[in-house]
Design a protein around this ligand. Structure first.
Ligand code: SF4
Ligand code: SF4
Length: 140
């Protein structure tokens, strides 16, 4: 299984080799997608964890036992219309018509409420006008 989660660290935890131990103890593949740390040394990591179910569950338990807060990653798609050149490529891939072309005007628009974050549009946009946004807790 493969899952993306957000790990929130305290200042004490951020000074420990937790990711090294996680990999060593559980054999999980850990792909760090985003990381940030504030001046108080508290921080978060957005990671993709890959492994079989028992190892995945052992990894989550390992983190939680250390006091790391583990939360599922919440993602949304953001459309930057200022970067859009109205080529229409994304609309032909979008399965839910969240990205669609108004036939009369041929203008592309984005309806976030219809987006299921399948990611199909991300690959096809020539100007990178469509981006994934990771939603994180405010207080870290
Ligand atoms: S992520 Fe999927 S559903 Fe959302 S706009 Fe892109 S193609 Fe459409
Ligand atoms: S693929 Fe990108 S540039 Fe083309 S219409 Fe969609 S958002 Fe705009």
């Amino acid at each position: 299984m493969k899952n993306r989660v957000v790990l929130y660290f305290s200042a004490v935890q951020s000074e420990q080799p937790i990711i090294y131990q996680l990999i060593k103890n559980t054999d999980l593949i850990v792909n760090i997608l985003k990381a940030d740390i504030n001046p108080q040394k508290e921080g978060y990591l957005v990671v993709e964890l890959e492994g079989d179910k028992p190892h995945y569950e052992a990894g989550i338990k390992f983190l939680e036992n250390l006091g790391v807060i583990v939360e599922p990653l919440s993602q949304t798609v953001v459309w930057h219309d200022e970067l859009c050149i109205q080529c229409g490529a994304c609309a032909s891939f979008c399965p839910t018509q969240a990205l669609s072309i108004e036939r009369e005007s041929m203008i592309v628009s984005f309806d976030n409420s219809r987006c299921v974050v399948c990611g199909m549009c991300l690959e096809c946009c020539p100007t990178l006008a469509i981006k994934l946004h990771f939603e994180l807790k405010e207080a870290v």
